[in-house]
Design a protein around this ligand. Structure first.
Ligand SMILES: Cc1cc2nc3c(=O)[nH]c(=O)nc-3n(C[C@H](O)[C@H](O)[C@H](O)COP(=O)(O)OP(=O)(O)OC[C@H]3O[C@@H](n4cnc5c(N)ncnc54)[C@H](O)[C@@H]3O)c2cc1C
Length: 441
């Protein structure tokens, strides 16, 4: 056994965030012990006690110190503190690690598809994992609409296959989060949260979107203690409870359907009359309604979650108005406020595009923060306002937000970047000056 500290990870079966945690330690070459708490009440109680009452896996410990769940572990990794705790931090004076032709932000479906194409074009991409390695699709166990898999495929399996395919073609995957991109000169400076810096001739932003929360009372206190944004990760912890899913899109329908495996009854609170979800998912939910496993609360919004970290969620406060959007009509006599008993709450209310690291560049975003790209017909559809920075997947596409559309855009971005890099090489060898686009052009 080496001198490394003792790493212990409480896991669960079918827990994407547990896999992310073990993958992270694997990528660092760190040994660890795992304890699966599924169907093991003693281990579960032990985990809850050691994790100060938290009932969510994974829970990570280093030398008996509680690190926390995936979010906490990933946050420590971002700052480099995790490596310090593990005794593997490296000194790096100027921070510049190396120059790459192409850096890709994100290992979701868009980033990995871009990596496969860029690898095949000999652009040897460096692909940064971000705080959600594998992206959103790792949160689902059932991808039924990705072409080529008539029996469906699990999200983590699809992502792992893509990672393998990308590395086979020469892509390098790296844990870490991009803090900022500097486009004031060429090559771009890509700064990581842990202080490392890469220079790059081109960048593909495939950084996707993150789960939204409501900002209501009780949310911060109870996140991880009965409130979750990932039903597949945490649903099984609340077996036998009534559960509330908030949302009206595909993710809400899928999560509600999944939770019927564990819940006494699943309630869906949606602020409007009509769901936004595809007919396929709405039909599946209605089947469950017929079976008495799901109840739908239309024109209803969640305003407060009550409970404690010791005992979890106790009940919630909801408002209802049959004209829809009841929180916009709190003074309307038709708005009714009521308390409702549930043991767990799952948010499935959409996503915010991850673009903070591009804030100081000339890359334009729309009012909701989604990256703007050229679009249209012909080549260069994925280029942003900054020449050499391309965008792909959910960080650009606020409308389709599907794995297959993200993959399609990822391939386009890699092809556009390849053309850009070829032009750059030609200009370099002919001695022409390559104009950097000014940040605020
Ligand atoms: C529960 C759920 C179920 C779904 N089921 C389906 C389905 O069945 N079929 C389907 O087609 N679609 C499904 N989707 C939608 C699908 O997952 C997304 O459309 C797709 O994953 C988008 O891929 P992406 O690569 O654009 O972004 P994401 O998957 O969001 O990946 C973004 C990547 O960027 C990284 N990143 C973010 N910020 C930074 C940064 N600063 N530096 C470096 N990296 C960064 C993240 O860590 C992540 O790796 C589902 C989504 C959810 C949430």
């Amino acid at each position: 056994m080496s001198d490394q500290p003792r790493v212990e990870i409480y896991t669960k079966t079918d827990c994407p965030y547990c896999e992310k945690a073990t993958d992270l330690f694997d990528s660092k070459g760190i040994e660890y012990e795992t304890y699966n708490v599924t169907d093991d009440d003693d281990r579960f109680e032990e985990m809850v006690e050691r994790a100060n009452g938290r009932k969510t896996a994974p829970e990570v410990f280093i030398d008996d110190e509680l690190i926390g769940g995936w979010d906490d572990t990933s946050a420590l990794n971002e700052t480099g503190e995790l490596d310090e705790k593990l005794g593997i931090a490296e000194d790096n004076d100027d921070g510049i690690v190396e120059h790459r032709k192409l850096v890709i932000a994100g290992t979701g479906i868009a980033g990995l598809t871009a990596a496969i194409y860029a690898g095949r074009s000999n652009n040897e991409p460096l692909v940064i994992e971000g705080d959600e390695p594998g992206g959103q699709l790792t949160l689902t166990t059932d991808v039924a609409n990705y072409p080529g898999f008539p029996e469906g495929i699990g999200g983590p399996e699809l992502v792992n296959n893509m990672k393998e395919q990308a590395t086979q073609f020469g892509a390098e995957l790296k844990n870490g989060i991009i803090e900022s991109v500097d486009d004031s000169s060429r090559p771009f400076r890509v700064e990581m949260k842990d202080g490392d810096v890469y220079t790059a001739d081109a960048v593909i932003a495939a950084s996707g979107a993150s789960a939204r929360t409501l900002g209501i009372p009780g949310e911060d206190e109870l996140m991880g203690y009965g409130l979750s944004t990932c039903a597949t990760c945490d649903g099984a912890f609340f077996r036998g409870e009534d559960m509330l899913v908030v949302g009206g899109g595909d993710a809400a329908m899928e999560e509600a359907t999944f939770l019927t495996k564990f819940a006494d009854t699943v309630y869906i609170a949606h602020r409007r009359e009509e769901f936004r979800a595809e007919d396929y998912w709405v039909d599946r939910v209605h089947e469950k309604v017929e079976d008495g496993e799901i109840e739908i609360m239309k024109n209803t919004e969640l305003t407060e979650i009550h409970g404690s970290q010791e005992d979890g969620v106790d009940h919630v406060t909801l408002v209802e108005n049959d004209k829809g959007h009841p929180t916009d009509r709190l003074d309307d006599p038709g708005t009714e406020e009521f308390d409702f008993d549930v043991g767990a709450v799952f948010f499935a209310i959409g996503h915010t595009p991850n673009t903070d690291y591009l804030e100081d560049t000339g890359v334009e975003t729309d009012d909701d923060g989604y990256l703007k790209t050229n679009g249209g017909d012909g080549g260069n559809q994925t280029e942003t306002d900054v020449s050499g920075i391309f965008g792909a997947g959910d960080v650009v596409d606020y409308h389709y937000q599907q794995a297959v559309t993200a993959a399609g855009m990822g391939s386009k971005a890699a092809l556009d970047a390849d053309e850009y890099l070829d032009d750059l090489e030609r200009a370099d060898s002919s001695g022409e000056e390559v104009e950097p686009a000014a940040a605020d052009d």
